[in-house]
Design a protein around this ligand. Structure first.
Ligand code: GCU
Length: 331
């Protein structure tokens, strides 16, 4: 081959291959969640993305899909289990259908303080126990985000547990929530997070239960003007990875994703309290009244659920004992 031909072939090959190979070299990592872009979970995921792209930007490009863009939580977890998306932030309440261990967190009044709850969910041994022998789950928990505590809110005041009776509240999917509402003598409707606003608008439900952010970011406060601090549940959100994906990558990369998830956890916790304070302020401007109620009355109404859960879901026993061992308990 003469020199001219040699260079012509070289440059042509390079021109054809370059954009293709550089595009091919990066694996796109898709991360889903259902919160708005102002929510601490989203900002924490931006830190997750930054960490990954800083440490392995030549290999991975991270794309975040907030606000149900990858579907509802219930749909996105199926995509993740199939390996179509790689990570998502999801409430343990939805995960209990895949592994009963996760129902632990839906037990009302499991923890006596938010401090105990936060210590528990950020303990690496707890996460490891949750994720152990999880071949069938299809997901692996890498870090936990706080979601504060959940309380009831409605279109009419809630002062005692009696005020829940006969009313219909939206709950997250998960068997334990149904049991809890039975103990409260209230009706529950399982509706995915993004659909609650329209269910309230259509009058399908009298209220819902969540932390204060839902009043503002999901605009539930437009309809529900009474928020009763009964603090019935503390349910974390987990940053989970697709097991199919995590098994397919080198061990070092797995470790890097785990570190990125822990970075995200730090960011989420650092933002949480302030974002709740801001949400409260905005909710008040929407006309929402925050009411302190006698938490013990609510607790006593549902205490028998603890026995019921231990009987029907023995898988939770070891984690339950650890959670209960954290503080002083009255019921
Ligand atoms: C909280 C939680 C979400 C969950 C939502 C719900 O906002 O952080 O993960 O999906 O409650 O009630 O559905």
């Amino acid at each position: 081959m003469n020199l001219f031909k040699y260079f012509a072939v070289f440059f042509l090959t390079a021109a054809l291959c370059l954009p293709f190979s550089s595009a091919q070299a990066k694996t796109v990592i898709e991360v889903a969640h259902t919160q708005m872009e102002t929510h601490p979970d989203h900002i924490a995921l931006l830190a997750f993305k930054d960490y990954i792209e800083k440490h392995a930007g030549e290999t991975y490009e991270v794309q975040i899909f907030p606000n149900q863009k990858a579907g509802s939580n219930e749909q996105a977890i199926e995509l993740l289990r199939a390996g179509s998306i790689q990570f998502m932030v999801i409430s343990t309440s939805i995960l209990e259908r895949y592994n009963k261990k996760y129902s632990l967190f839906s037990i009302p009044y499991l923890f006596t303080s938010e401090n105990d709850y936060e210590k528990f969910i950020t303990d690496p041994n707890i996460l490891e126990e949750l994720g152990a022998k999880n071949e069938e789950d299809g997901f692996t928990p890498l870090s936990a985000f706080t979601a504060g505590s959940r309380s009831f809110y409605a279109k009419s005041p809630i002062i005692t547990p009696e005020d829940l009776k006969g009313k219909t509240f939206r709950v997250q999917s998960g068997f334990t929530n149904k049991d809890m509402m039975d103990f409260f003598n209230a009706n529950e409707m399982t509706i995915s997070f993004g659909e609650v606003y329209s269910a309230l608008k259509k009058g399908l439900i009298d209220g819902a239960e969540n932390n204060e952010l839902a009043l503002v970011e999901q605009k539930h406060g437009e309809f529900c003007k009474y928020y009763a601090y009964d603090h019935h549940q503390m349910i974390p959100d987990l940053l989970v990875g697709s097991t199919v994906f995590l098994y397919s990558i080198p061990q070092d990369d797995y470790e890097m994703f785990r570190q990125a998830a822990l970075e995200a956890q730090k960011v989420e916790f650092a933002l949480w309290k302030d974002s709740i304070e801001k949400a409260k302020k905005s909710a008040k401007q929407m006309g929402v009244k925050f009411m302190e109620v006698n938490v013990d009355d609510f607790r006593k109404t549902v205490t028998p659920i603890h026995e019921h859960m231990l009987k029907t879901r023995p898988e939770i026993k070891s984690l339950y004992d650890k959670a209960r061992g954290m503080g002083s308990h009255e019921g």
